[in-house]
Design a protein around this ligand. Structure first.
Ligand SMILES: [Zn+2]
Ligand SMILES: [Zn+2]
Length: 323
């Protein structure tokens, strides 16, 4: 067991930037139905995880379920990290048309919102990180323990269903709104949610030729896999803005968290990411495993990805925190 990481001490914490109203992010109103739907998609998979432990004991989990769940975790996870995040949000590499569409589809399977919405929220996060206007900063309520606990919950998931405003895609993702293929995948988000939950059931049913096999695959590779991926992604917003190491100079509270590196497919090297957002590799220091960067490297070798923004040694050296 690793000891719980400690919050940074008062001395090491940089004061929060002054909060001023920012009119330019043009929030749009969000209806109750939308917020309740998001709430359901946050909690139903989470309940599945809670139910998973007794279910797994002795029955209901087979190797078939584990293999299907792993494959869907990796495809939808890379869709988020390589696709929604590094490609669509930050343009850290160019993708050819088939790869760009495949990444938009794969990321949608993670059920973290449609591609354009995800990108708009995340670009707003970078623009205002840990200051007024950031959709999910754990520091929004203040610096004391109680406020940070509340802030962690808000940054982890509550912002998705408590915030009555939504980020304007016209303001934050006009480039994606001009891409017809991306707009189409964005519009197909709801059918893709059904594919993400239904395909594992179909595969499980066909492999085992049984309804029970379809049900257990739906449970493990559908609900439980989505819940795990949700919470790993959201940990980057909550944990990686609260605890961890500051290897690079940033103006916010982003940190590198080593123990989330594997499940987050390299996204938990979040301090470097805020220091150099367009860099295709987040784990740039020795021993910092970054699976997503390796996948981008493979896409580059195949000729599907070009203009990859690999780490620039001099730029990074200038940003390195002096010890
Ligand atoms: Zn961040
Ligand atoms: Zn980012």
């Amino acid at each position: 067991m690793t000891a719980a990481p400690e919050l940074p001490t008062t001395e090491s914490r940089r004061p929060i930037r002054k909060r001023e109203p920012i009119p330019e992010y043009e929030p749009e109103p969000r209806g109750k139905v939308e917020r309740y739907t998001v709430f359901a998609f946050v909690f139903v998979p989470l309940l599945a995880v809670a139910a998973a432990v007794p279910l797994a004991w002795g029955w209901g989990l087979s190797w078939t379920d584990i293999v299907i769940a792993t494959v869907f975790y990796v495809i939808s996870g890379l869709g988020i990290t390589v696709g929604f995040h590094r490609h669509f949000t930050h343009g850290s590499f160019r993708a050819n048309r088939p790869l760009r569409i495949a990444l938009a589809v794969a990321g949608s399977l993670a059920i973290e919102g449609s591609v354009i919405k995800w990108v708009a929220d995340h670009r707003r996060h970078h623009k205002y990180s840990d200051a007024e206007g950031d959709p999910h900063s754990p520091w929004r309520f203040g610096d004391d323990w109680k406020s940070v606990a509340k802030g962690l919950y808000y940054a982890h998931m509550a912002w998705m269903y408590l915030d009555e405003k939504k980020t304007s895609p016209r303001r934050f993702a006009p480039d994606l709104l001009r891409d017809k293929d991306v707009v189409l995948v964005d519009k197909l988000f709801v059918p893709l949610v059904f594919v993400s939950l239904g395909a594992p059931a179909l595969i499980g049913g066909l492999v085992t030729m049984s309804w029970w096999g379809a049900f257990t695959a739906f449970f493990w590779a559908g609900l439980v896999r989505v819940a795990l991926l949700h919470h790993v992604t959201w940990s980057v917003n909550s944990i990686c803005h609260t605890v961890g190491e500051e290897n690079f100079e940033v103006r916010d509270r982003s940190r590198n968290v080593w123990w989330l590196a594997i499940p987050s497919l390299g996204e938990s090297w979040h301090n470097l990411h805020h220091a150099d957002p367009t860099c295709a590799r987040h784990g740039v220091l020795k021993g910092q495993i970054d699976i997503s960067a390796r996948v981008i490297w493979i896409f580059e070798k195949l000729g599907w990805a070009t203009k990859v923004r690999w780490p620039n040694t001099e730029r990074l050296a200038a940003k390195r925190v002096k010890v």
